[in-house]
Design a binder for this molecule. Structure first.
Ligand SMILES: Cc1cc2nc3c(=O)[nH]c(=O)nc-3n(C[C@H](O)[C@H](O)[C@H](O)COP(=O)(O)OP(=O)(O)OC[C@H]3O[C@@H](n4cnc5c(N)ncnc54)[C@H](O)[C@@H]3O)c2cc1C
Ligand SMILES: NC(=O)c1ccc[n+]([C@@H]2O[C@H](COP(=O)([O-])OP(=O)(O)OC[C@H]3O[C@@H](n4cnc5c(N)ncnc54)[C@H](O)[C@@H]3O)[C@@H](O)[C@H]2O)c1
Length: 510
């Protein structure tokens, strides 16, 4: 039986990152993947959908320029071809890189097959030809990812009723499509299909608003844009039934006022969350127990109850994101092999982007979470219409919102950025959070002009009482307030004869 220092089960972003980090420690690794190297980081997931989003954005920009009702006759086959080119490029990189490391160091073995536990240190690999191989591993990292959640009673055939697994494989743009679940995946696909302008999109969520985990100003701006792009949003709606009918799909809804409606569409897509892939791993054979959360494993800072077995990425049931999976995987490997103490992983300053219309970038807590957790905060918000670059781009739909601690230090607790280039602005705030710094540094830096990030600087200056535009003047475009015990107390108020300390103007040159 071949012996390894580490067996990685699953070759998605988390598993691949783990294998590469283990090589840094000179460890002998086997990476087992049952399907395609890259997982949802590439196929039917992050890269595929973002390639489509970029394309759909270009089409939307052209449609906005020539008139929304004008159709651009791009076929779905043409969309798929561009996605395939992107997927191929990434797949080629990953596999060449792996092969070269294997040939040069012999540290890594890649095995196609489905892995499952025989014991806590023996893993069976069932290869595509049915042959079984057993390997011995001192450590095992479970990175088997997740799959779309489905609802009993809805017949998902991935042809007419689909999940995100099937949606990029359809033959043509549907004339109409309903999306069940207005979370990240649902809203991203609603944005993409409506951007192309060939599909009438309906979006259903049981919650009162789309993106229920986000602040209402973020969700409202996204919903307004979707609706302006022709999307019908059914809020607070209960799906009564969804079934195949006349070659398409029929669904019935109960709205929150008790009324019912029946709608027929060509396709339906379910995006109501994801479930971890743990069923076929024979976890019992290794003695791995479920966590208190029920279906999850790896709750002890990526470690399971069996100390040499770790679980990372989507399968851990934490945040389902490529960057989080990679981080958890690298962290787990360092915990396994480092001869120095390793601090627990931090989840508080993860940056995320939702690829909507416009893009939404986030880091740290939002106002809704601060209220839930009873954290006193200060908030400043700058509308894109006051930022020179946004005016120049003729893209003034968006805002920056910074949340800081309600004390003299004003430590950054979170930011939401909605609008063009929002994603490129989040990193500076994430860095401040990571370094545990206050906002002074950002206020003093000379930002490039004209740039979107000047909006962040103005947010910060408002909190410090030294902005160029005053929120008490541009009340509809700028907001700056303390939020304590549910009460909003305005900040950035103009005071006659203000003492320097009142306006935090300790150094008048800045
Ligand atoms: C439509 C969509 C869009 C997304 N967009 C983004 C985005 O923009 N940004 C972002 O950060 N995240 C995005 N995500 C989430 C992201 O793709 C996942 O969080 C990420 O891929 C998880 O990585 P992972 O390695 O944990 O799991 P996966 O990517 O699911 O990989 C797990 C791998 O394990 C393999 N496997 C499973 N069981 C076994 C077994 N028993 N033996 C061997 N191999 C096995 C699977 O075949 C798979 O390849 C998106 C997801 C979807 C579905
Ligand atoms: N840009 C990105 O970073 C990105 C993109 C896509 C996916 N992802 C990851 O994939 C994960 C899964 O995405 P998702 O959109 O499937 O899940 P989600 O948790 O984001 O959203 C699920 C939505 O479905 C709704 N819902 C649940 N059951 C329902 C029902 N029976 N009827 C109507 N609505 C229902 C919920 O209220 C929620 O709004 C995300 O949490 C995210 O981590 C990230």
């Amino acid at each position: 039986m071949e012996k390894y220092d580490l067996c990685v089960i699953g070759g998605g972003p988390a598993g691949y990152a783990a294998a590469m980090r283990a090589i840094d420690f000179g460890k002998k690794v086997i990476l087992v993947e049952k399907s395609k190297l890259g997982g949802y980081g590439i196929y039917d997931g992050a890269l595929a959908s973002k390639t489509m989003w970029e394309l759909s954005n270009k089409i939307r920009t052209v449609r906005e320029t020539i008139g929304q009702d004008r159709r651009i006759d791009m076929t779905f086959d043409e969309v798929k071809k561009i996605i395939e080119e992107a997927l191929f490029e990434r797949k080629f990189q990953l596999s060449c890189h792996l092969r070269i490391i294997h040939s040069e160091t012999d540290l890594i073995t890649y095995e196609r097959g489905e892995a499952s536990f025989l014991t806590a240190k023996e893993i069976n690999i069932c290869k595509p030809n049915g042959e079984n191989v057993v390997v011995f591993a001192d450590h095992t990292l479970i990175a088997t990812g997740s799959r779309p959640r489905v609802i009993p009673g809805i017949d998902v055939d991935e042809k007419n009723i689909l999940t995100s697994d099937g949606i990029l494989h359809i033959d043509s743009f549907p004339k109409s499509m309903v999306i069940l679940g207005a979370g990240v995946i649902g809203c991203e696909f609603a944005a993409m299909f409506s951007n192309f302008g060939q599909t009438k999109v309906y979006l259903i969520d049981k919650a009162e608003r789309i993106l229920p985990f986000e602040d209402d100003d973020v969700a409202d701006m996204v919903a307004t844009n979707l609706e302006e792009n022709g999307v019908v949003v059914h809020r607070g709606s209960q799906l009564i039934r969804m079934e195949h009918k006349n070659g398409g799909v029929e669904y019935e809804l109960e709205n929150n006022d008790g009324t019912r409606e029946v709608i027929q569409v060509e396709k339906a897509m379910l995006s109501i969350g994801r479930v971890p892939n743990i069923e076929n791993l024979n976890l019992d054979n290794a003695g791995i127990a479920m966590s208190k959360r029920g279906v999850h494993i790896g709750d002890n800072d990526t470690q399971t109850n069996i100390p040499h077995i770790y679980a990372v990425g989507d399968v851990s049931g934490n945040l389902a994101l490529v960057n989080v999976g990679e981080r958890e995987a690298r962290h787990a490997v360092v915990k396994m092999f480092a001869d120095f103490p390793v601090k627990p992983i931090q989840y508080s300053n993860i940056s995320t982007i939702m690829f909507l219309n416009p893009e939404v970038a986030a880091v740290g807590i939002n106002v809704q979470q601060a209220i839930e957790q009873n954290i006193p905060i200060r908030v400043s918000k700058v509308d894109y219409s006051t930022i020179a670059r946004a005016i120049a781009m003729r893209k003034t739909n968006g805002f920056f919102k910074i949340i800081v601690s309600d004390d003299d230090e004003m430590k950054v607790l979170g930011m939401r950025a909605v609008g063009e280039h929002a994603s490129s602005a989040i990193q500076s705030i994430a860095l401040l959070m990571y370094m545990g710094k206050g906002i002074d540094e950002l206020a003093h830096m000379i930002h490039p002009h004209p740039s979107i990030v000047e909006g962040i600087q103005e947010c910060v200056r408002m909190l410090l009482g030294k902005s160029i535009y005053k929120s008490s003047v541009f009340k509809d475009k700028l907001k700056c307030y303390r939020l304590v015990n549910g009460e909003r107390i305005p900040l950035n108020v103009i005071k006659a004869n203000a003492a320097p300390k009142d306006i935090h103007e300790l150094d008048s040159s800045k």
